[in-house]
Design a protein around this ligand. Sequence first.
Ligand SMILES: Nc1ncnc2c1ncn2[C@@H]1O[C@H](COP(=O)(O)OP(=O)(O)O)[C@@H](O)[C@H]1O
Ligand SMILES: N[C@@H](CCC(=O)OP(=O)(O)O)C(=O)O
Length: 386
Amino acid sequence: MSPTTIASQALSPWRRAVLKVGSNLLAADGGGLTTRYAEALAAFITASRAVGRQVVLVSSGAVAAGRAQLRAHAPFGSDLAARQALAALGQAPMIALWQSLSPRPVAQVLLTHDDLRNRRRYLNARATLRELLALDVLPVVNENDTVAVDELKLGDNDNLAAIVAALVDADLLLIASDIDALYSADPRLDASATPITRVDALTPEVLAMAGGSGSTVGTGGMRTKLEAAAKASAAGIPTALFSGRDPTAAGLLGEGQLRGTLFAAGRSRMQARKYWLRHAPAAPGRIHVDAGAVRALAGGRASLLPGGVLEVSGEFHRGDLVEIVDGAGRHVARGLSQYGVAEARRLAGKHSREIESLLGYSYGAEIVHRDDLATVADIETGESDT
Ligand SMILES: Nc1ncnc2c1ncn2[C@@H]1O[C@H](COP(=O)(O)OP(=O)(O)O)[C@@H](O)[C@H]1O
Ligand SMILES: N[C@@H](CCC(=O)OP(=O)(O)O)C(=O)O
């Protein structure tokens, strides 16, 4: 099980990754936070930034940090309320740990299941993360344990990291674990287990390899890592699992080499996104656009700006999928509207820089962002794929 027994493999070039760091790497069992393993991971983030790559960190460790702080002072239970209190106590020290290792400002982003399920809040979270990256700040995401109620908890940060990867349109999910790879069986229970360096499909046989967490501070074990890899794969994002305890593995990642397990993406990101845009049910609303916008959208790389909108009809809310049609009502594209029908109507024909003064706020310069658009050509060429 020594990390050096696993040969490294080349990773495809990436431009934006989500890196998930578990409690086990930030706090030893029962102990407080330590920079011991975080240092090499923070150095990897800094080195990535230096070559123009963006990293969003999903970090656990709040509960473990809270528990360690309280241990000497007061008794605490193990129920949900106690866990939520510990998370509240430990969240600031966890953020402070990353700030102490980052030359750039660090931003705290706390998310709940509700934020990701509600389309409006999903879009807001996405816009905030995009803005933080544009500001060259390091976002550190964790579940908002303090307010998440039991039945709505995301539960583990492996799955949260996969959702965040899709949210920020990442092209790689990195999971730093306390183990160097997925093994053919739980190595704690089976001494003959062997490391698996590549997984092309998360079949039932692969899922059966995973056991639970090997420690008291981690929550998920290998099972939640495989769930996360499956989510990322469906969104067109490959996942790389490696040991966060092995500083050379973090160093190798900076050189584009993985020593660990690579889970391939099930389809390309664009295919996954366009597939969803083609097949998801649209709201009963339409955005009618002028000839200039029709030409721009046909190119496949442009966003729909307010200036190209002629009029808006039907009913839709911010975040809904709407049909985009030309002046004669012919289908041009479909996409997620950043604005609701009343807002879009007020912005029709106006310049993006007028949005703020017209509405008193802005959700962005685009009515529909190009990442959220499928053109007629996309729809026709994708008609037969599944
Ligand atoms: N098939 C498997 N391959 C590798 N590790 C496994 C497997 N099944 C169970 N595990 C356990 O999962 C642990 C990693 O998950 P976890 O303890 O939650 O750590 P983290 O803090 O990295 O999230 C390993 O240390 C190992 O004990
Ligand atoms: N949100 C919790 C961590 C939950 C979690 O998934 O933990 P882990 O299995 O260590 O990644 C915390 O900050 O303590």
